[in-house]
Design a binder for this molecule. Structure first.
Ligand code: HEC
Ligand code: HEC
Length: 403
């Protein structure tokens, strides 16, 4: 086992206890929202709500749960130079950017040529479009955005990682069906598949540039943390031309990559309270559901049995949508253009400190308004939302907040 496990024993123990506690609480109602009575017997009972984002899917087998916990420890682990950190990196732990499996506080700074600049991308940004602000293992020169008026610099906030096993499990045919439906629609909402060069459908990343969680782990290890693995044995190029760090060979083993994948696959969608009001009907009526497809079936042959052949309440069509110039980040990724983004899955929004790919919306209301630019596919839905009475707007917003 890697040295990474040693100093982590305590963290693992504490997290396992927390997990066990949460599971015990959630057993009777099969629900992490279960309430417990607390306080001395004579005092009036106080209801305590248990609501956490980082829980495993309840039906995982014991063997899956054991791998989930090992992957959880790796996800939390702060890597050091002896683990292969560097030469350049953005943060030293997955959890630094996905705290409690959510969004941030760590983020990524992206660079792109300004609109109309004709210089080749490789000339402007020879080491890629992502800042890597920290150097380790003998490297001295971080990769920062050059002072160049031809470049635009934007921030990309991490999406949450919970519930992503369900996104991976959705059958290709279902996404293809949604793309056909979107093409035939008459309103502003369209949407298209992110078909990758290898023929698979991109599902992960804000521009749906990667199709599986395992490839995403490999990519995140390399580009965010400067950690190589068997599928990505070389460190990404940097200004000093350093192609290795202080650890000989690859930094993360295939088994460690698989544990991180199993952890991501096993993370539950945060619990939702059953909705009683008009929220779901309004959500469909104004056209949010055109893109934020509430429910999709998963493949019957998905390797995690608990996620196979079930209805997944994901609130996304996994398609790319043109959200207009105001939201553009200037990035071309796989087939996606600067203004195109994957429909954000609406899950556990209460755990996210800010919304949209750049965190520019602080509330659901602001996020909806950001859909409404004249050149955005979301404009019809945003307009229909604004045409509702303020009471109904509030009802729709509070429904989305519980998702
Ligand atoms: C420096 C911050 C940072 C670190 C460290 C980081 N991530 Fe991320 N993560 C991001 C950002 C930003 C995105 C969006 C990337 C994109 O759009 O391509 C992302 C996206 C993801 C996604 C896709 C989620 C979705 O909805 O599509 C997964 C899965 C993920 N990260 C897992 C990991 C794992 C596992 C690690 C550790 C090996 C990790 N991340 C480390 C910032 C980070
Ligand atoms: C044309 C497709 C489309 C329609 C219609 C649409 N959305 Fe979105 N929605 C998106 C896309 C794409 C994103 C991601 C944009 C980004 O990250 O910049 C998004 C992001 C969001 C977010 C932010 C989620 C997060 O994790 O940051 C919320 C909240 C949201 N939409 C709610 C709504 C509501 C409510 C409606 C109806 C009024 C709606 N959307 C209609 C495509 C759509």
């Amino acid at each position: 086992m890697s040295a990474i496990y040693g100093p982590l024993a305590m963290t693992i123990l504490v997290r396992s206890l927390v997990l066990a506690f949460a599971l015990v609480l959630s057993v009777p109602a099969c629900n992490a929202w279960s309430s417990v009575e607390s306080g001395p017997a004579a005092a009036p009972a106080r209801k305590v709500k248990v609501d956490r984002a980082s829980l495993p899917v309840l039906e995982l087998t014991d063997a899956e749960l054991s791998r989930f916990k090992q992957g959880d420890a790796l996800f939390e682990a702060v890597v050091r130079e002896s683990d292969g950190l560097g030469p350049l990196y953005v943060r030293d732990a997955c959890s630094a950017c996905h705290v409690d499996d959510g969004r941030g506080p760590g983020l990524v700074t992206k660079m792109a040529p300004r609109q109309g600049v004709q210089v080749e991308l490789e000339k402007l940004l020879p080491f890629g479009t992502t800042e890597r602000p920290y150097a380790a293992a003998g490297a001295k020169t971080p990769l920062l955005a050059p002072q160049d008026s031809r470049l635009v610099v934007t921030h990309r906030l991490p999406p949450a990682v919970f519930g992503r096993g369900y996104l991976e499990a959705i059958a290709d045919q279902d996404i293809e069906r949604l793309a056909e439906r979107a093409a035939a629609r008459s309103g502003s909402a369209r949407g298209r598949l992110s078909r990758l060069k290898d023929g698979t459908i991109g599902r992960f990343g804000v521009k749906a540039r990667i199709s599986t969680l395992e490839s995403f782990v490999v990519d995140a290890l390399s580009s965010d943390m400067g950690l190589s693995s068997p599928a990505q044995p070389e460190e990404p190029p940097g200004p000093e031309g350093l192609r290795d760090d202080h650890k000989l060979g690859v930094d993360f083993s295939a088994e460690q990559v698989a544990l991180l994948r199993d952890y991501l696959q096993g993370l539950a969608i945060p619990q939702r309270e059953p909705s009683t009001g008009l929220g779901p009907a309004l959500f469909a009526e104004v056209g949010c559901a055109d893109c934020h497809e509430p429910e999709l079936r998963t493949r019957a042959d998905y390797p995690v049995r608990a996620l196979a052949g079930v209805s997944a309440v994901v609130y996304t069509d996994l398609l790319l949508h043109d959200m207009g110039e105001a939201l553009s980040d200037g990035q071309h990724e796989e087939g996606a253009k600067p203004r195109e983004f994957r429909t954000a899955p609406l899950m556990g929004l209460r755990f996210l400190p800010s919304l949209l790919h750049d965190g520019s919306a602080k509330t659901v209301h602001e996020a909806i308004l950001a859909h409404g630019a004249a050149d955005s596919e979301g404009r019809d839905a945003a307009r229909a939302f604004l045409a509702l009475s303020s009471a109904r707007q509030a009802e729709l917003v509070s429904f989305v907040e519980t998702l």
